[in-house]
Design a protein around this ligand. Structure first.
Ligand SMILES: NC(=O)c1ccc[n+]([C@@H]2O[C@H](COP(=O)([O-])OP(=O)(O)OC[C@H]3O[C@@H](n4cnc5c(N)ncnc54)[C@H](O)[C@@H]3O)[C@@H](O)[C@H]2O)c1
Length: 340
């Protein structure tokens, strides 16, 4: 059994390490020669996972054809905004085996089209006229790469389009420390995971302002409520927002020391650098920043109010001081809890 993983970042490396317990061969595709060489020569990926040892049945390659050859399944683990470009290369590869499912693990939407990442993958398969040959799925949920690499018990959700044998893949992806649930609401799973990072940014900003647990709890609850409202308008099921990909991932992201989005929000309140300057100084993707733009455009299109998202967006892109954003949220007109 061979699995192809697109990406050599934190999540691809950590998830690949996990798969190696069960899979004979796990091959990562990277674009950074230094990372590829390090994985192959020293069995580590110091750019992302320090000195955590990688197993001998994991290797990396710069050659996409080599990575895809004989792979029974393909996992997409690159930033959401580059998935289209990466999938364009996958569908053009003569090694892309007919029947191999494509599973998205990137969290987000494509900002330019406002599409879910599974839809972006679908577009590229359709362009190559092979849409019926490759079931599309998503594997998402509360799963910090650092903790999965340390074999901390973790649970995620696998959701796929009809025609895929997802119960089969559920068994092949599950391991002693990594439990996979299925959920047939692919839209809901993707929307919830895609947008929870916005709320993590808000919690980070609140933490940076020195607020306490009341504020954190309020932002998480009201945040999930507004995301569920958007998710329903986009065709997701409300219950999915209260499952692993929704509230589960949101809690993990909002309370975690590993969360880039929470930490980024906190750094913004520091005031010494603009959000754009902070972004320019990190090699790791901070998905929530792009997602505030996508969510806001969708909210305008669908006429769904997203008060927390709007304030986070204004802090990131319009220079609004975080303290003013917090005050404006507190001064919204009074209403019933479930009225909006
Ligand atoms: N890190 C986590 O704990 C975690 C957990 C679950 C989901 N995710 C999601 O997985 C996705 C990847 O996250 P990550 O943490 O591994 O990011 P990362 O920044 O650690 O790594 C990104 C990888 O994508 C590659 N890449 C960037 N641009 C590319 C391009 N144009 N073509 C090909 N490859 C390119 C980089 O070389 C790198 O290997 C994100 O959507 C993230 O939200 C991350």
């Amino acid at each position: 059994m061979k699995a192809a993983l697109l990406g050599t970042g934190s999540w691809a490396t950590s998830f690949g390490r996990h798969l190696c317990h069960k899979w004979e061969r796990v091959v990562l595709w990277g674009i950074d020669p230094g990372q590829v060489e390090s994985i192959n020569k020293t069995g580590t990926n110091p750019d992302y996972l320090g000195d955590i040892a990688l197993p001998p049945n994991m290797r990396a390659s710069l050659d996409l054809d080599d990575v895809l050859r004989d792979a029974e399944i393909v996992f997409v683990i690159v930033p959401s905004q580059v998935v289209r470009e990466v999938m364009g290369q996958v569908v053009a590869s003569p090694s892309f085996a007919k029947g191999a499912p494509v599973v998205n693990m990137a969290k987000g939407f494509e900002v330019s089209t406002l599409k879910r990442i599974s839809e972006v993958i679908g577009d590229e398969l359709t362009k190559a006229n092979i849409q019926d040959e490759h079931p599309i799925g998503v594997l998402l949920g509360p799963s910090h790469a650092e903790e999965v690499a340390m074999e901390q018990p973790t649970a995620v959700v696998l959701s796929g389009c009809p025609g895929g044998d997802w119960a089969h893949w559920q068994k092949w992806i599950t391991g002693p420390f990594f439990r996979v649930y299925t959920n047939d609401d692919m839209a809901g799973v993707e929307i919830a995971s895609g947008f929870k990072n916005i709320i993590a940014l808000a919690v980070g900003m609140a933490d940076g302002l020195g607020t306490g647990d009341n504020t954190r709890g309020t932002l998480m609850t009201r945040g999930m409520f507004e995301l569920a409202r958007l998710g329903k308008a986009l065709g997701g099921r409300q219950e999915t927002f209260f499952g692993l990909a929704g509230i589960g991932d949101m809690i993990t992201t909002c309370i975690s020391q590993h969360s880039r989005n929470r930490n980024f929000g906190e750094a913004v309140t520091n005031g010494t650098k603009t959000p754009q300057e902070i972004l320019a100084g990190t090699i790791q993707v901070v998905e929530g920043v792009h997602m505030t733009q996508a969510a806001l455009k969708l909210s305008e299109k669908l006429d769904v109010e997203l008060p927390i998202t709007k304030q986070v967006h204004d802090v990131l892109f319009s220079g609004k001081p975080p303290r003013q954003a917090m005050r404006e949220l507190m001064e919204r007109s009074l209403r019933d809890e479930f009225d909006g």
